[in-house]
Design a protein around this ligand. Structure first.
Ligand code: MG
Ligand code: MG
Length: 248
């Protein structure tokens, strides 16, 4: 069921989203060669709790940690660990925070030191694919318009579109209806209405789009080992477009 949020709910979602955004800003200077990914997780969890919120992902269907930290070919749902970031890595950090029962969700892929030119382009174009999708968000448009814009932009830039995972509604649960796929047909799917809150999150690869799941039953990785990127904002549909809840 797709829910329309009341102004009071949107205000709580705005606070949750802002906590997520601030957590990204807080972590960014620490995302450097030599740090263990579990150290990032600890920093993030402490920061989220200091804001009066709880990490949305910790304990979600058994997920063990506050952050999802996915390196290079890992697409999403990587576990923070003793693994140390190296120069040339790309690391996707997905953050969820719950404030007074309402969630915010935003993933972002960061460079560690210097990365190759093609990986740099992958990040730039995956971020732009997110904004191409968001351009389609307004009342009366449909989810398929968002999905198609992301897929079209990805294909123009010869990137693989991961099809097994998608964006979603956000509210009192971090994952709600509707699904927001990163591929699809214009003028199909649920119609967008003012007050709907969704996470839009392209996951694109430099190689084939095929993925597999690690033996931990969570971490999604590209089958061909190619690097991947993930950019995600939670947004609310407004009367003439959208407002990003997990940004400035
Ligand atoms: Mg999400
Ligand atoms: Mg996320």
């Amino acid at each position: 069921m797709i829910t329309i949020k009341s102004p009071r709910e949107i205000e709580l979602l705005r606070i949750a989203g802002k906590i997520v955004y601030e957590t990204h800003k807080y972590l960014k200077p620490y995302i450097k060669e030599g740090i263990k990914t579990k150290e990032l997780d600890k920093l993030a969890e402490d920061f989220i709790r200091s804001k009066g919120a709880t990490p949305s992902f910790k304990g979600y269907e058994g997920f063990p940690t506050a952050l999802c930290v996915s390196i290079n070919s890992e697409v999403v749902h990587g576990f923070p660990s003793d693994r140390v970031l190296k120069n040339g890595d790309v690391v996707s950090i997905d953050i969820g925070a719950c404030y007074k029962g309402y969630h915010g969700d935003s993933g972002w892929t960061y460079k560690v030191g210097e990365v190759s030119e093609e990986v740099n382009e992958l990040l730039k174009n995956t971020e732009q694919a997110l904004y191409e999708g968001l351009k389609q968000v307004k009342p009366g448009n449909r989810i398929g318009d968002v999905s198609n814009a992301i897929e079209t932009y990805a294909k123009e830039h010869k990137l693989g579109v991961v099809k097994e995972l998608c964006g979603h509604g956000v509210g009192t649960s971090v994952h709600e209806d509707p699904e927001v796929p990163n591929f699809g047909t214009k003028n199909t799917g649920p119609r967008l209405k003012e007050g709907m809150v969704i996470a839009v999150e392209p996951m694109l690869t430099l190689g084939r789009p095929d993925v597999y799941v690690h033996s931990n039953n969570w971490t999604v990785d590209t089958l061909d080992g190619s690097p991947s990127a993930h950019f995600e904002h939670t947004i609310v549909v407004t009367n003439d477009g959208y407002e990003i809840l997990t940004g400035e």
